[in-house]
Design a protein around this ligand. Structure first.
Ligand code: A3P
Length: 347
């Protein structure tokens, strides 16, 4: 009896033992096969090969943007990194040519939320600065951020809009480039322009004229068209120079006042103009009550507002001067609406 029980126990232990060994062997084999099934590929392997924009998953682009972040910040990726990640410095396919104080920085930063857009962080001033222009197109290209061939580079230099030589120079680089112009109600823009200069003077402890003194000719009591802040706001005059080189279809007008209060629809119009799939959403833009402006949300971790130099408090301006300026700009605005096909309901 005792012998029978011992044999039964031995048999049970044997079964349990082989089960344990079997499970162990199975686990070893499973981990090994998982390892083989999900190798940790180098980035090059995952994204290598020829691809078109259409087959390039935008989520992947977003991932790549993460990788690019450091390169872009320092602009000093090693040759090996550049080769490994298939990076290039591309000439811009679109340029924000102006207008100064129209919201050019906000527009550039907001467009940069799009996974297929890469911004040139600094204003390059290639086409408006003779010294830079003399350095040649390769110098300009080298100033561009690293990007993937499927992405588009965008730069902004608001001085381009008002500088005589620029349209011809840009045309010579790329006659089919897309041109973005962000405008604000002309009098508000002129006051914003003045406020920026005033702040610069105050920083240097210098005194400066009042806006009214600059904007109105004291001898004639008429609007002073020699004052640069006034001239810049005569949008149609500048646009007419550009139209000698580019057809109107190559321009897109962004309503800078609406970009402040309701940025998403304005950005969606730009996405369409640039033939980009709609990727910027309400999630990417949130209103920051302290700042009084919309700020940018790239993902759950990374968000940012524009610098404090954007959104300055304007000085009080004599209402009669504001009225005079608005009356002065009115016919130019009508012409601008007519040429561009975009009516902006300015007073
Ligand atoms: P103000 O400082 O007059 O308010 P630019 O970048 O071309 O210099 O334009 C500056 C203007 O961008 C600011 O003018 C501000 O009103 C406007 N702007 C538009 N959207 C903004 C945002 N989200 N944050 C800060 N400023 C913004």
């Amino acid at each position: 009896m005792l012998f029978k029980q011992q044999a039964w126990l031995r048999q049970k232990l044997l079964v349990l033992g082989s089960l344990a060994v079997g499970s162990l062997l199975y686990l070893v084999a499973r981990v090994g096969s998982l390892d083989r099934l999900q190798p940790i590929c180098p980035i090059e392997g995952r994204f290598g090969g020829a691809r078109s924009q259409a087959e390039f998953p935008l989520r992947a682009l977003q991932f790549k943007r993460g990788l690019l972040h450091e390169f872009r910040k320092s602009n000093n990726a090693s040759k090996e990194q550049v080769r490994l990640h298939d990076l290039v410095q591309q000439l811009p396919k679109a340029i924000i040519i102006g207008v100064r104080k129209g919201g050019t920085r906000a527009l550039l930063e907001m467009l940069n939320l799009h996974p297929a857009v890469v911004k040139a962080s600094q204003e390059i001033h290639f086409f408006d600065n003779d010294e830079n222009y003399a350095k040649g197109i390769e110098w300009y290209r080298k100033k561009m951020p690293f990007s993937y061939p499927q992405q588009i580079t965008i730069e902004k230099s608001p001085a381009y809009f008002i500088t005589e030589e620029v349209p011809e120079r840009i045309y010579k680089m790329n006659s089919s480039i897309k041109l973005l112009i962000i405008v604000r109600e002309p009098t508000t823009r002129a006051i914003s322009d003045y406020t920026q200069v005033l702040e610069g003077k105050e920083r240097k402890n210098k005194t400066y004229y009042k806006f009214e003194k600059l904007a109105i000719d004291p001898n004639t009591c008429e609007v002073n068209t020699k004052y640069k802040a006034v001239r810049t706001s005569i949008y149609t005059k500048h646009l007419e120079r550009w139209l000698k080189y580019f057809p109107i279809e190559q321009f897109h007008i962004v309503d800078g006042d609406r970009l402040i209060t309701e940025p998403l629809p304005e950005l969606q119009l730009v996405e369409k103009f640039l033939n980009l799939p709609p990727r910027i959403s309400q999630y990417n833009l949130y209103f920051n009550a302290t700042r009084g402006f919309y700020c940018l949300r790239f993902n759950i971790i990374f968000n940012k507002c524009l610098a404090g130099s954007k959104g300055r408090i304007h000085p009080e301006v004599d209402p009669s001067v504001v009225t005079k300026l608005r009356k002065f700009f009115h016919p130019f605005n009508q012409k601008f609406y007519q040429i561009t096909g975009r009516t902006l309901n300015w007073p």
